[in-house]
Design a protein around this ligand. Structure first.
Ligand SMILES: [Zn+2]
Length: 109
């Protein structure tokens, strides 16, 4: 049995295209989508400009689930760990959101 590398759909061996999303399947078996989900990644906040603090606090509260006081403490004591023990995808996504809000943030294993 093969899996679509794009949507994870299960397909009979030998199919060239996914019946669900239409993605082309390579010659070898596609890797199941869950392979990139190992935990252990952290998001580190390294810098927040003064004029971006309100926006970054909002991202910390909504996307990272921090309380307002915790979020303010993180911003005022950079570098600080926003969240740890995330999957790589989750850490990358949160770091990208913080960066988009004007902060400097990175995900690290
Ligand atoms: Zn598919």
């Amino acid at each position: 049995m093969a899996y679509c590398g794009k949507c994870g759909n299960q397909m009979p061996d030998g199919d060239l295209f996914c019946s669900k999303c239409g993605a082309k399947i390579g010659g070898s078996a596609a890797v199941p989508a869950a392979s990139n989900q190992e935990k252990g990644y952290s998001v580190i906040l390294t810098s927040v400009p003064d004029d971006k603090k309100a926006k970054v606090i909002q991202v910390l509260r909504v996307s990272a689930g921090c309380g307002t006081v915790d979020a303010k403490n993180m911003i005022n004591t950079v570098p600080s760990t926003v969240k740890s023990n995330l999957s790589k995808n989750s850490a990358d996504a949160l770091a990208a959101e913080l960066t988009a809000a004007g902060a400097e943030a990175s995900s690290t294993a």
